[in-house]
Design a protein around this ligand. Structure first.
Ligand code: COA
Length: 375
């Protein structure tokens, strides 16, 4: 039996209509700081409560490269008395919010591929920021699209999408499915602590979809998946303790450690060399000269990290054409980031061009998907 080659037939994107600039975010954060410091003036003077320091838009852009981020609920996020996304709780008969935005991204990918939902065999909802434990959001999306077959959720934090792409490619190679949707709805603001000066600016909301298929059914304009590689190394430097055991006591609910926390400096220092050497080693295994890669679609967490990784892989400082940025307008969108970069910045490549979609983040986890443009 001849080998089945998995390809990316199309990608899809859902971008929320509202965005928040650094200036707007900092104004709200600093209003919260002023309120906190005024309310606790006596305790701060007595040394029992810590005075909070203001944030700065210049710091945010310089430290991360982020200028603004798209969000699902702007007003409550900016309200210094709330600082979290809020919307009406949906009934069990309504489409859940994660499924809703995942569905929009999935429909975009299907339409671009000219694919009808009935020809898809499986849906993976691969994301960091899940809305509930079950039923799986993937099954909800599968149901909304009218797809037969199977679906499940998977969470490998920021690397969920690349882990999902490899899983889909493996299903296709093994003959378990011929067409698989990998959907990454990321409402990161729901898991972020908007009152934490170190990380209130990091995240944005978005949904992406990647349609992975057997080459013989794909549209002519596809990307061959040349090779994938996954890696995990345990670390507590990025952590989110949200979960039912942690929320069992009233004190547990809403505590800062039940949201995203990180040691950003350590992450930066430890993850850059891990990811750069992973890309180079995988390129070597595939017989590809890393320096000749036409484009790197890197995880969008920090501009400085991407600059260093690209430099180590390509052997020179990468320009925007070689390593495009979407972080400036989307913020960190967890697993969706490298897929947005690929979605927005791949149409201009020529047949035969090689590139790598690469994610990295909590776990630690990292994934590489090497792709070659077919037509
Ligand atoms: N406004 C103004 N100043 C701030 C600030 C803010 N919002 N937040 C922190 N600072 C200050 C700190 O107090 C510190 O001051 P000091 O030097 O006087 O002590 C200084 O800025 C540097 O803070 P630090 O937290 O070390 O910043 P950094 O340069 O490491 O940048 C990150 C922070 C988070 C942007 C950066 O570490 C990063 O992106 N790391 C990688 C994260 C990552 O990939 N995570 C994966 C998540 S999926």
């Amino acid at each position: 039996m001849s080998e089945i080659i998995p390809v990316i037939s199309a990608t899809g994107l859902y971008t929320p209509p509202e965005s928040i600039s650094n200036e707007e975010l900092v104004e709200s954060f600093n209003a919260y700081v002023a309120l906190h410091n005024a309310r606790h003036a006596a305790e701060i003077a007595a040394g029992t409560v810590q005075e909070l320091a203001p944030s700065s838009a210049e710091f945010i852009e310089k430290a991360s490269g982020i200028k603004s981020r798209f969000v699902m609920a702007k007003a409550p996020l900016l309200d210094p008395e709330i600082m979290a996304p809020r919307w009406r709780e949906r009934s069990n008969d309504e489409l859940s919010v994660l499924a809703e935005i995942g569905l929009k991204a999935a429909q975009d990918a299907l339409q671009r591929a000219g694919r009808l939902p009935r020809d898809v065999d499986a849906v993976l909802c691969a994301a960091s920021n899940m809305e509930r434990p079950y039923p799986a959001m993937a099954i909800e999306i599968q149901h909304a699209l009218g797809i037969e077959g199977f679906a499940f959720d998977m969470n490998v934090a920021c690397s969920s999408a690349t882990f999902g792409i490899q899983t889909a490619a493996d299903f296709i190679r093994a003959g378990h499915a011929r067409s698989v949707l990998v959907v990454s709805p990321e409402i990161c603001t729901g898991h972020n602590n908007m009152k934490n000066r170190d990380s209130h600016f990091i995240f944005g909301d978005v949904a992406t979809a990647v349609l992975v298929e057997a080459r013989d059914m794909a549209p002519a304009d596809h990307w061959e998946i040349v090779g994938t590689r996954l890696k995990t190394v345990f670390s507590n430097n990025i952590r989110n303790n949200f979960g039912f055991l942690n929320c069992a006591s009233p004190e547990g609910i809403g505590q800062p450690d039940k949201l995203f926390v990180q040691e950003g400096r350590k992450v930066f220092k430890e993850v850059v060399p891990m990811v750069a050497s992973m890309i180079v080693a995988e390129a070597e295994r595939l017989g590809i000269e890393a320096a000749a890669l036409r484009r790197l679609w890197l995880h969008q967490a920090n501009q400085g990290m991407n600059r260093l990784i690209a430099q180590r892989v390509l052997g020179h400082e990468a320009n925007e054409d070689e390593s495009p940025t979407v972080l400036d307008t989307y913020g960190n969108t967890s697993s969706a980031g490298s897929v947005i970069a690929f979605h927005k910045h791949s149409g201009d490549l020529a047949a035969g061009d090689l590139g790598v979609i690469c994610s990295f983040g909590a776990g630690y986890s990292a994934g590489t998907v090497f792709v070659r443009k077919a037509a």
